[in-house]
Design a protein around this ligand. Structure first.
Ligand SMILES: [Zn+2]
Length: 367
């Protein structure tokens, strides 16, 4: 039985790490091609410029157009080649990083990603999500390798709205439970093999870190401060959850998130916010111990993550619509089949509606 764990070569984290960007790109090549969107260029452009001032390593910055689409990837691939750059760098949010990963892959050069938010666990993974130019999902681009370096400038990340960090906590909340289910079911992960002990240990540490540091980190992030708790949560949201999901496996929580996307009312919610509710629904689906459910609900309430469908913007419990959510969660190839028992749309529907009742119950009880 093949077990596989995969990760970036280096994960670098701390305040002002972006000001050392030239030193990191220098280890991989002579000229860096750096992409960032307009907002991020305004935020970090000067820092990047200063980092390269007087250095032998060269760099060229280019504006990212905003969509990780095939035409945008092609445009940036050509621009990168024209510059004869030998290191690809993406600074910004998920779409920028995914585009940088794709450009580096097609041009066969190492990739550095520097997330400016910690709202999901995608940055460390060997995966890019490709969208059509109109913003609709097109396909997953599975990459042979993870980004070479991941650089987290915690000062920059703490300057973002706290809701983004909290959303990352929601994404990271699911990681251990999904990895645990995948391991119990003896299924394979996106890393291409079975779950290693290391991946499970990182996923568990990810969960424990959320419970012990989440609230403290949220309160500091609201004032845009970098405390030790913020550092621990940034590492957990990005590295622990990133390795945890890719090498530990996704299961019901993310499948239910995908199902929830059919509800128009939830479109204003972030990925991690929907995943948090998906986590609660997974715990109901697998009939997890009451103490575990209480710990998860209490955590969500403390940091402001959704525990009811109402929290996600769903105004009324419409059976027809919720059955559609359950059906989509059980679509062919969905990660819900990593659960260690047979899953049907009926069971998922029951879990979603019960998770909502459980969330309401505790909200009232602990109000
Ligand atoms: Zn996720």
């Amino acid at each position: 039985m093949t077990k596989i764990i995969t990760s970036p070569s280096k994960f670098i984290q701390g305040p002002d790490e972006l000001s050392r960007l030239s030193a990191y790109t220098e280890r991989l090549g002579k000229k860096a091609f750096i992409i960032a969107d307009e907002f991020v260029t305004g935020l970090v452009g000067k820092t990047v410029e200063e980092s390269y001032a007087g250095k032998e390593t060269g760099y060229q910055m280019a504006l990212f157009g905003g969509e990780c689409s095939k035409p945008e990837i092609k445009r940036l691939c050509d621009a990168c080649k024209a510059q004869e750059a030998d290191v690809m760098v993406g600074i910004g949010g998920g779409k920028t990083l995914d585009t940088a990963k794709a450009v580096g892959y097609y041009n066969n050069i190492p990739v550095i990603v520097a997330p400016t938010i910690a709202s999901t666990d995608a940055p460390t993974s060997a995966l890019s999500v490709i969208y059509k130019e109109n913003g609709e999902f097109e396909e997953y681009l599975m990459l042979p390798l993870n980004p070479t370096f991941v650089i987290m400038d915690t000062k920059v990340i703490a300057s973002a709205p706290a809701r983004l960090l909290v959303s990352g906590m929601g994404d990271a909340l699911a990681t251990y439970f999904e990895a645990r289910a995948t391991k119990r079911a003896n299924k394979t992960t996106m890393a291409g093999g079975h779950v290693t002990e290391a991946a499970i240990a990182l996923a568990k540490l990810c969960y424990d870190t959320q419970i012990s540091e989440g609230l403290k980190a949220k309160l500091a992030a609201e004032k845009h401060l970098v405390t030790e708790a913020v550092e621990k949560i940034i590492e957990a949201n990005t590295y622990l959850s990133g390795i945890g999901f890719e090498s530990g496996g996704l299961a019901a929580a993310h499948a239910i998130h995908n199902g929830l996307t059919v509800l128009e009312e939830t479109h204003h919610m972030y990925h991690g916010e929907k995943v948090a509710f998906g986590t609660l629904a997974q715990l109901i689906l697998e009939d997890a111990p009451k103490a575990e459910i209480e710990e998860v609900v209490s955590f969500c309430l403390s940091v402001g993550l959704p525990v009811t469908l109402g929290d996600l913007g769903v105004k009324e419990l419409n059976e027809e619509k919720l059955r559609k959510v359950a059906e989509l969660s059980c679509a062919e190839g969905e990660t819900i089949y990593n659960m260690p028992f047979e899953v049907t749309p009926d069971l998922v529907y029951a879990a979603i509606v019960t998770a909502d009742s459980v969330g309401r119950y505790y909200k009232e009880k602990w109000a």
